[in-house]
Design a protein around this ligand. Structure first.
Ligand code: C2G
Length: 130
């Protein structure tokens, strides 16, 4: 069974996230999403609109997602890959090159980011249309 892992906050879930998850799943048989905790979001200088519990609830409902685990810090990826027998780490290409240090543990792939949508765009549009 080919196992895939990807990491992220996945706030204000949108089609850019879904297309990333769909493409990641299509690379193997089992997709793990390591979801940034609210505390780790602060480390990433992000405050998500929805808390971890709600963001996990939404990811668990997506057909491409087989398992959701917490992402507590930057350093856990190598352990996650080993502990879960991961074959491929997949990230959007806004992260291109950032996770190549994990190549000794698994394949690392960067997929093209979906243009024209982001959680930030959603927040801005929602604010303007108040
Ligand atoms: N993404 C995408 N297209 C978009 C928006 C996001 O393909 N329009 C991808 C990102 O490239 C990322 C994933 O969806 O691979 C999740 O995006 P974020 O929640 O913004 O993830 P980020 O905050 O970058 O967290 O340790 C890694 C970090 O936790 C990544």
């Amino acid at each position: 069974m080919k196992k895939i892992i990807t990491y992220g906050t996945f706030d204000l879930l949108h089609w850019g996230h879904i297309l990333l998850l769909q493409r990641a799943k299509n690379l193997g048989d089992y997709l793990i999403v390591a979801l940034s905790t609210d505390e780790f979001n602060l480390v990433k200088q992000k405050v998500s609109f929805f808390n971890y519990e709600k963001r996990k609830l939404m990811l668990d409902a997506i057909q491409y997602v087989d398992e959701v685990i917490p992402e507590f810090n930057w350093e856990q990826k190598a352990l996650d890959i080993q502990n879960n027998q991961v074959d491929i780490l997949v990230m959007g290409d806004d992260w291109k090159g950032q996770f190549d240090y994990l190549k000794p543990h698994c394949e690392v792939m960067y997929l093209e980011r979906t243009k024209g949508i982001s959680s930030t765009i959603i927040k801005k549009r929602a604010f303007q249309e108040r």
